[in-house]
Design a protein around this ligand. Structure first.
Ligand SMILES: [Zn+2]
Length: 422
């Protein structure tokens, strides 16, 4: 049965790009407003290691991801209930989004992306070797200690109700987009719709926590359309497009995002899961998406990689040994900001020389990379409001590819929404 559910958010449109599908909005959530489009850092112990919640707050972040599994295992549901949820437990007064994901290594080919290390969301995809999915739920071995676990839609929602997150995600059945097993992809899509109904039924606090559905369907546009239609009818406060960023060709990724955003209601936030490369973010905004998350910007910091408007710099390279400029000129992060402006005034050379002492370099780069993503999305938003987003895209890609050898998928995707790069 299709029914309407209460919502604990307000989507307030601010501007619409007159060329592309990009939108700027203010999303009013239980722990304060957030500005869309936005990037959400993943604040698990594993990926934000060394970054305090104060530092996260300093970046302008007002919505971060927490991991349902991590919190469910430690401190556990009983403690969460006793403390009154994750906000109080962690001393974070802003918004939290929880999902079922844990963090791990993706199988995405570095050759495909040009990035040397490649961490994305460890969706159920990566657990499948260990997991068995039935109509009941997902059985898997705990990545912590090998204990057999069963995650049902009801249990997933119950845990997220105890966590008290502002946005909670449905349990879905995720198949790698690269899977050749079409029958299984179809089954997973249909099951995700049935599981959404169970999640809606199990959700105890719809008036203070926003449940987002997750559209599945692999790379099959017909399946994606059907899934959109079914899930939109369930009227959840927000909508996620899931199962992507699993190694599919970028052209295929863009087709799915574009197909889905065309079918989604104008008055709800659209969250594309597991997307974090700066070029993917800006193209996805042009295709009509609003919210993104990825562990890559924080994970890649461990390998000495800094995000800049000119591309990713590996500060372990000897070329930076005597480079006394900041990681990015004009960056407002604590690491790059000059000392006279209250920052640390860190140089590339400094990072190079401490890079062997991994934790301090990783800590500084994590701060910078999170700030880079948040500032990038603030610039995107500003350009949408000024209706200069097509020019923003041209400037952004010219900085990244000064020789104008733009990736074909970028050129194609942007042409599809009316923007010529060349
Ligand atoms: Zn910086």
């Amino acid at each position: 049965m299709v029914r309407s559910m209460p919502s604990a958010l307000t989507y307030e449109p601010v501007a619409q790009c007159s060329t592309t599908r990009a939108r700027a909005a203010t999303l009013h959530l239980p722990h304060g407003p957030v500005q869309l489009p936005m990037f959400m850092p993943v604040a698990t112990q594993a990926s934000l290691k060394g970054l305090t919640y104060e530092q996260l707050e300093d970046t302008g972040c007002r919505l971060c991801l927490n991991n349902t599994y991590h919190l469910g295992l430690k401190p556990g549901q009983a403690t969460l209930d006793a403390v009154g949820g994750a906000h109080k437990l962690q001393g974070w007064s802003h918004n939290i989004l929880t999902g079922k994901t844990v963090v791990g290594r993706s199988s995405r080919s570095p050759a495909l992306t040009g990035h040397t290390d490649d961490w994305t969301r460890f969706q159920m995809v990566s657990l499948l070797k260990l997991a068995k999915v039935t109509e009941e739920g997902v059985r898997f071995l705990s990545p912590h200690d090998g204990t057999p676990m069963l995650l049902t839609p009801e249990h997933s929602i119950s845990l997220q109700n105890s966590i008290g997150s502002d946005i909670i995600m449905q349990l879905d059945d995720v198949i790698a987009t690269t899977s050749p097993d079409h029958a299984r992809i179809k089954e997973a899509t249909e099951r995700s719709i049935r599981w959404l109904d169970r999640c809606i039924e199990a959700h105890k606090y719809p008036e203070r926590q926003n449940l987002f559905c997750i559209i599945q369907g692999g790379l099959d546009l017909e399946l994606r359309r059907k899934c959109c239609e079914e899930m939109v009818a369930r009227d959840t406060p927000g909508i996620a497009i899931g199962g992507l960023s699993g190694g599919e060709a970028k052209e295929a990724y863009c087709s799915v995002v574009k197909e889905c955003t065309a079918l989604l209601p104008e008055n709800k936030p659209r969250y594309v899961m597991g997307v974090g490369y700066p070029e993917d973010l800006v193209v996805s905004v042009a295709l009509g998406a609003d919210m993104f998350d990825c562990v890559w910007p924080t994970r890649t910091a461990r390998f000495g990689n800094a995000l800049t408007s000119g591309g990713v710099l590996n500060l372990r390279r000897v070329a930076y040994a005597n480079d006394f400029s900041p990681i990015e000129e004009g960056c407002v992060c604590t690491c790059c900001r000059p000392r006279e402006e209250g920052g640390l005034g860190i140089t590339k050379a400094f990072i190079y020389h401490v890079a062997s002492k991994e934790t301090s370099a990783a800590h500084l780069l994590t701060m910078h990379n999170v700030q880079f993503q948040i500032s990038l999305m603030e610039s995107v938003r500003k350009s949408i409001i000024e209706d200069q987003f097509p020019q923003f895209l041209r400037d952004f890609f010219l900085k990244l590819y000064p020789n104008k050898k733009y990736p074909e998928w970028v050129v194609g995707a942007l042409e599809g929404v009316g923007v010529q790069l060349a």
